[in-house]
Design a protein. Structure first.
Length: 298
């Protein structure tokens, strides 16, 4: 793997680290199986893209994308807590609806950003482009992680964690679990949408299909991170998730660059197949680790 390919994988891993942090909140903290991410990721990209084309500052465009993602997450939570629709079905309904919403926002299946100012325009040059984008995105990820760590140490954050851990006990303690779920889903999908907003700026355009498999990548990153760095402290959990996303993307790059895979017929068109196989492996990592530890103790 070349140095440019490595930084490309690192860049992608950092973007999906934001997705993984969002998935951590929905799947792990709230215990809410949420597929909205497949719609909120391109939603953030679409909002950011159309805002940039309209002359809005790229950082403000990212903020607008986050707000749109938060709104999508709130709709999913509302369908569940207020209308009584099953969590998974509510997220599927919103995900499907967002496909049409994203098409309406962009006005077409794709929206080019070539020649437009992005968050990277003032700092990235032809000489430093392959690593400077990683530094900028890494800074955004670090800020997001630290803010989450701070939030989950507050009373509201602890109430949200209690809601996901034991709903009935949280209600017995007087916690408004409905609002905690709505707020948590808003934060989750805001992070996913921020990842989408940054993604389209690295790719030079938004596309309606960029959200396919987003939730799979996020969940795989969470599982890999938890397996490599098992932890109970929230700051270490969020760190593990970020590392998991980076490792996952590096694995993908190594797999695509492998001569062994090429020799048996795999190519870039098989990215989704390779992704699925890696997710299966990631899901089995906790079992494999447990068996290894049991063998060493024996």
């Amino acid at each position: 793997m070349s140095l440019i390919a490595f930084f490309g994988a690192l860049e992608s891993g950092l973007i999906y680290a934001l997705v993984a942090l969002g998935v951590l909140i929905s799947f792990r903290i709230l215990d809410f199986p949420d597929l909205t991410a497949d719609g909120s990721f391109p939603l953030g990209g679409a909002i950011a893209g159309i805002s940039i084309v309209s002359g809005i500052d790229p950082w403000i465009a990212c903020g607008l994308g986050m707000l749109a993602g938060a709104a999508a997450g709130m709709v999913t939570a509302f369908l569940h807590v207020k209308l009584g629709i099953l969590q998974l079905l509510a997220s599927i309904l919103v995900m499907v609806a967002l496909y049409s919403v994203n098409l309406r926002i962009m006005g077409a299946p794709n929206l080019p950003l070539l020649g437009e100012e992005t968050v990277f325009s003032n700092l990235v040059t032809n000489e430093n482009g392959y690593w400077m984008r990683c530094v900028i995105i890494g800074g955004v990820v670090l800020i997001a992680k630290l803010v989450l760590d701070l939030f989950f140490s507050t009373e509201a954050g602890l109430s949200m964690r209690a809601t996901g851990s034991n709903l009935r006990m949280a209600q017995a303690q007087g916690i408004n679990t409905s609002w905690m779920t709505i707020i948590g889903m808003a934060i989750s999908n805001a992070l996913v949408a921020l990842g989408g907003a940054l993604f389209v700026q690295t790719q030079g355009g938004a596309d309606i299909s960029i959200g396919i498999g987003t939730i799979v990548i996020g969940l795989a990153a969470v599982i890999i991170g938890e397996t490599i760095i098992p932890a109970k402290r929230i700051w270490l959990i969020t760190f593990a998730v970020v590392i998991g996303a980076i490792i996952y993307k590096l694995f993908i790059q190594v797999a695509l660059s492998s001569n062994t895979l090429r020799s048996i017929g795999f190519g870039s068109q098989d990215l989704n197949l390779i992704t699925a196989l890696l997710v299966v492996i990631a899901l089995q990592l906790p079992t494999i680790k447990s068996k290894l530890l049991s063998g060493l103790r024996a």
